[in-house]
Design a protein around this ligand. Sequence first.
Ligand code: ADP
Ligand code: GN1
Ligand code: MG
Length: 369
Amino acid sequence: MSREELLKEVINHFDFTGTLLKVEPYGSGHINDTYLLEYKIKHRGIVPIILQRMNTNIFKQPIELMENILNVTDFLREKIIENGGNPERETLTVILNKLGKPYYLDSEGYYWRAYHFITGATGYDEVKTDEDFYQSALAFGKFQSLLADYPADTLHETIADFHNTKVRFEVFKNAVKENVVGRVKDVQAEIDFVLQREDVANILTDMQASGELPLRVTHNDTKLNNVLIDDKTHQGICVIDLDTVMPGLAINDFGDSIRFGASTGAEDEKDLSKIECSMHLFEVYTKGFIEGCNGKLTSAEINALPIGAKVMTFECGMRFLTDYLQGDTYFKTKYSTHNLDRCRTQFKLVADMEKKWNIMNDIVAKYNH
Ligand code: ADP
Ligand code: GN1
Ligand code: MG
């Protein structure tokens, strides 16, 4: 069946109303296949919808994953209403299929889901203004504080050991050993960079095991384009991409945002001279995240924020390199060395953070009271 025919089948099984005007690929996520649909509805005008083919190569239990998303968004909706907010814009709204299920399993075995499209807001692929980055920090911090009393033990683990950097280090070493596509010879410098930093891979597992850092409900994928910023007010209104909401470490949510948003270049920038970790943006985000968390972070967590930044950047670089060595089966890529380019920016950032370690800690100390 062609992609068009399959899309037609899928669309017919969801409970959408109106006349379909347009279907087009949308966004720049690395994981799911996202489409924007536009419907014309009498008296309501054009109503957009997000339709996604879930990546079941990565998310092995899509039904449990959708159960997480329904439960988390229901919980958030109540909190948003209590706080006088607008739940239609401040959290995702799942659209059910015609049988009342939050997904559709197509005739080729793929799982699909649909959301109301949140209009008048943008998920940015790069930091354009300090204010936007600050707003994204507030939004991710607030997301965490809103979920602080969510019953974490009811969440399914959608990807096992997602931010277990120690396990990812082992997977990486295995990928080097197996060398399935013969790329090891081209990336010895990057491999050595990882192998020299086993301590970075282990540190958070150790801090968590010792009880120094508490397990919380976290987002785990806090890239800038996973928060929608209102086009008019410029407030960070809605945290999206909830596939990886699971128990985790708050400092990892902080760290993942830093590795993406405090970088002075794109994640896949080829010219590494353009890449550093901006201490100005690091401070902007630190301030916003701590404020957004609204007193929920412990002093030990705030102290450890730079570690979260370094570990998440290191982990992400190692994941890109692992995927490169395994033949690009995980992240979407546009050309053969795409994952390698991504890996190199992350390692450049890690090295830069190592140089700026004292500055990062001084910045965080300013906001730890
Ligand atoms: P991926 O896991 O592939 O990153 P996302 O769920 O983040 O998938 O969706 C990809 C992009 O689609 C987002 O970065 C955002 O731009 C857009 N998007 C997703 N859901 C919505 C929504 N409900 N309203 C508006 N835009 C959305
Ligand atoms: C993926 O889904 P997306 O594009 O927001 C990935 C993140 C990585 C990121 C790197 C489920 O995020 O963990 O940090 O790419 N998501 C998953 O850009 O693996
Ligand atoms: Mg995304």
